[in-house]
Design a protein around this ligand. Structure first.
Ligand code: MG
Ligand code: ZN
Length: 371
């Protein structure tokens, strides 16, 4: 009798103890990390952002950049199926579909057949999904996560795929491919509204004033065609990231997949314009910083930052000084250097090492715990 009394006191004590542990957020985070499970994935792509762009961004910013907060780093090999030097379509399709394909391919394999993307898989599994870019939303990088097309410049066809796979939020330029189409008279903005989207654009609203509408899907067009460069005043990427995370995380049991692209780091490289590259890197830095703060607080989110390839063969010249760089370029196209991958959160350790760009797709699936 006395023994069982002591035993039950002991049981109560033990159960209180374990209850306490579960409620401790630090240990909860730790547990998730050990289980290699992420509820959410935020995938940040700096198009054209090689190590030299990152170095230049650090040295142009008094020796600091948000990427220094990551402790798990790897390198990926960006070559495509038909070229050693990839383009952004094959590069993003490798991340989105886990396949090496030809330059110009959007979510299709070497035989131009559609391959299911990680975003589409997330939709199937009732996760919420989002795409944000500082290019048009039909441009190669965002398109490869939601569309299937044999050629990256079929922008009007790619726009149609936004009605077939319906992301919960998408933000980017390229409104004209939806509502002033040359190939047909369809008005895809109206079709999106009929499909339950709240559609807004930069003509009528500043994105800072847009609030998440929890029960609706949301689209925001930031430009008719390509958005302007950051150095000309484009400043929507951070508020777009905030709105997307807010929208995707609300009342969400199942988690989300969000891709955010700093699209124009690449365009600065093609233009061999150092100021263009550095201003785009600053813009992207603000977003990485915000996302890391959010993920740290959230504890269930895997954050990955990488690039599809390097652009411009950027070199920091010998006469450069801290905050006063002399930058040269060796190409107006992409180069073949291997690309850094930064990971934070549950499963981040899996991103260490050197691997193919296609492995990032596998590593994201593994982080979600998908079979
Ligand atoms: Mg891109
Ligand atoms: Zn490019």
């Amino acid at each position: 009798m006395r023994f069982s009394f002591i035993f039950s006191i002991l049981l109560i004590f033990l159960s209180c103890g374990s209850q306490e542990r579960i409620n401790n957020p630090e240990e909860f985070k730790q547990r998730i990390a050990e289980n290699h499970q992420a509820k959410n994935v935020i995938f940040l792509i700096g198009d054209g952002m090689g190590l030299s762009q990152i170095s230049a961004a650090i040295y142009n910013n008094s020796n600091q950049y948000s990427l220094e907060r990551f402790s798990d780093l790897g390198l990926h090999k960006p070559h495509s199926s038909d070229k050693l030097i990839t383009d952004s379509a094959a590069g993003a399709t490798a991340f989105a579909c886990g396949i090496k394909t030809y330059n110009g391919a959007i979510g299709v394999n070497q035989d131009t057949l559609p391959v299911k993307t990680i975003l589409e898989e997330a939709v199937d599994k009732n996760l919420k999904t989002g795409l944000v870019a500082t290019s048009t939303i039909v441009h190669a990088t965002p398109a490869s996560f939601i569309a299937h097309n044999k050629y990256r410049k079929n922008y009007e066809e790619i726009a149609e795929d936004f009605l077939i796979t319906q992301a919960d939020i998408f933000i980017g330029g390229g409104k004209k491919y939806f509502d002033r189409r040359e190939s047909d008279n369809r008005n895809l903005v109206n079709e999106l509204k009929k499909a339950g989207y709240s559609v807004n654009d930069y003509f009528n609203h500043s994105i800072e004033n847009i609030k998440s509408i929890p029960d609706k899907k949301m689209a925001f067009f930031t430009a008719d065609d390509d958005p302007i460069p950051a150095m000309q005043g484009r400043d929507y990427l951070l508020p777009a990231a905030k709105l997307s995370i807010d929208h995707l995380n609300q009342n969400n049991e199942n988690g989300f997949f969000l891709m955010i692209e700093g699209s124009q780091i690449d365009w600065g490289g093609h233009a061999n314009n150092a100021e263009y590259v550095l201003e785009e890197m600053k813009d992207f830095d603000n977003v990485i910083h915000y996302v890391l703060d959010w993920a740290q607080e959230n504890g269930e989110t895997l954050v990955i930052v990488t690039a599809d390839h390097e652009t411009g063969g950027l070199a920091i010249q010998p006469d450069s000084k801290m905050d006063s760089l002399n930058i040269a370029f060796t190409s107006t196209y992409h180069t073949g250097v291997i690309i850094p991958v930064f990971a934070y959160g549950p499963s981040s350790k899996n991103f260490r090492g050197i691997y193919e760009n296609t492995d990032i797709y596998q590593k994201i699936r593994a982080a979600y715990g998908w079979e």
